[in-house]
Design a protein around this ligand. Structure first.
Ligand SMILES: Nc1ncnc2c1ncn2[C@@H]1O[C@H](COP(=O)(O)OS(=O)(=O)O)[C@@H](OP(=O)(O)O)[C@H]1O
Ligand SMILES: [Mg+2]
Ligand SMILES: [Mg+2]
Ligand SMILES: [Mg+2]
Length: 356
């Protein structure tokens, strides 16, 4: 008899637990950020003790909760810089953060050594791929937002045979009330959202302090004039001019809402806005951990995420996404109009760049 299809319920519960604990660690660090907590990686992007601590915690919780013989994790950070001379103090601080978070939770009777922390971080070196199960983690997505005190997310997904089957986004600074509507902004004081999605089972949101989850759905707006759109906060991450030309073609009236990280997928999944546009500068290769969790959170809420040519995002190719030009997300009603506007703006861009 064939085995029943996997439900991934146990895995989703473990992912929620892991991301919530990591969020607690990050919140503590954000409150008391010291300059020495921030380092530059080889590509000059920032990394903090919280990125490392979050990655170590998530890897540890998943392994403890799901004691399966094969554990594969594709994650953003590695311990290379922490093993160099001069990093002892940073490693000590990360180890204390991880142990303090574990003991404040009280579920696990564990205390990690510095070497345990390095090993936990390095269990994220998997290459992923089309076969078997692979966890996909961005321990802090939107590190620049985290450093500014703005939006960031702990983003954790699971691939099974190359497909994203569950995803969790912990967004510690995201208001529970809708964002992007100025009239509600001042009321939106309560923050901390946890989004979770499982294939075929919808997307749910709850507060990070433990309210019961409620089902969310993308906006059902059909007229682009009523739509608002999200894009990266950082202009270096997405061509804002191109988004604005697309929005004009569509007849979108509202100005863009710029927020950091995969919190954009979460806000879209609950219908705060209707469109997410992302067009990296030429040559940039998107990583799977920047989109896996966000993608299932928005698609299980009724949204569609594709590349700029309308192809589904393919997470089975290893650590990178192989993409045509950009990523666009919206509801099923608006997608055909959006794709037309994207294609025509991209053609205009090519024409204006080519010599006469
Ligand atoms: N040049 C360039 N182009 C496109 N994307 C880039 C680029 N550089 C970085 N990144 C990735 O963007 C991730 C941050 O997400 P967002 O762009 O959505 O937010 S924000 O604009 O940084 O606020 C960010 O994730 P984190 O490194 O986890 O913060 C990066 O993986
Ligand atoms: Mg990221
Ligand atoms: Mg990151
Ligand atoms: Mg980074």
């Amino acid at each position: 008899m064939a085995a029943p299809p996997a439900s991934y319920e146990k895995e989703l519960a473990a992912a929620r637990k892991a991301a919530s604990l990591a969020a607690r660690l990050c919140q503590g660090v954000q409150k008391s950020l010291l300059q020495s907590d921030v380092q530059s990686k080889a590509d000059r992007s920032p990394v903090t003790v919280a990125d490392y601590g979050s990655q170590a915690l998530v890897s540890l919780v998943l392994k403890t909760e799901l004691s399966s013989e094969s554990f594969s994790l594709v994650a953003e950070e590695d311990s290379g810089d922490l093993r160099k001379d001069g990093s002892q103090e940073t490693l000590r601080r990360i180890t204390n953060l991880v142990n303090d978070t574990l003991s404040s939770d009280g579920t696990y009777n564990l205390s990690l050594s510095e070497e345990d922390v390095l090993v936990a971080i390095d269990s994220g070196k998997s290459e992923g791929g089309p076969h078997g199960r692979h966890w996909v983690l961005d321990p802090i997505d939107g590190t620049k937002g985290f450093l500014r005190g703005d939006q960031y997310a702990i983003a954790l997904g699971l691939l099974d045979e190359g497909k994203v089957v569950l995803g969790v986004l912990a967004c510690p600074n995201l208001p529970l009330a809708p964002v992007g509507h100025s009239e509600t902004e001042s009321l939106a004081t309560k923050v901390g959202c946890l989004f979770s999605a499982r294939i075929g089972a919808g997307t749910y949101m709850q507060s990070l302090d433990g309210s019961p989850p409620s089902k969310v759905h993308v906006s059902n707006i059909e007229n682009p004039a009523d739509a608002s759109f999200f894009e990266s906060f950082e202009a270096a991450h997405s061509l804002h001019d191109l988004s604005s030309s697309i929005a004009t073609k569509l007849g979108v009236q509202a100005p863009p809402v710029r927020i950091d990280s995969q919190a954009k997928y979460g806000t879209l999944a609950r219908g705060d806005g209707a469109i997410y546009l992302r067009f990296p500068h030429k040559g940039y290769r998107e990583k799977i951990w920047d989109h896996a969790a966000g993608c299932i959170v928005v698609t299980e809420a009724g949204g569609i995420a594709t590349d700029a040519a309308g192809n589904a995002l393919d997470f089975s190719k290893g650590r990178y996404l192989d993409l045509d030009t950009g990523i666009i997300v919206t509801n099923a009603k608006l997608m055909p109009l959006l794709l037309n506007a994207v294609q025509s703006s991209l053609e205009e861009k090519v024409q204006s760049a080519s010599p006469l």
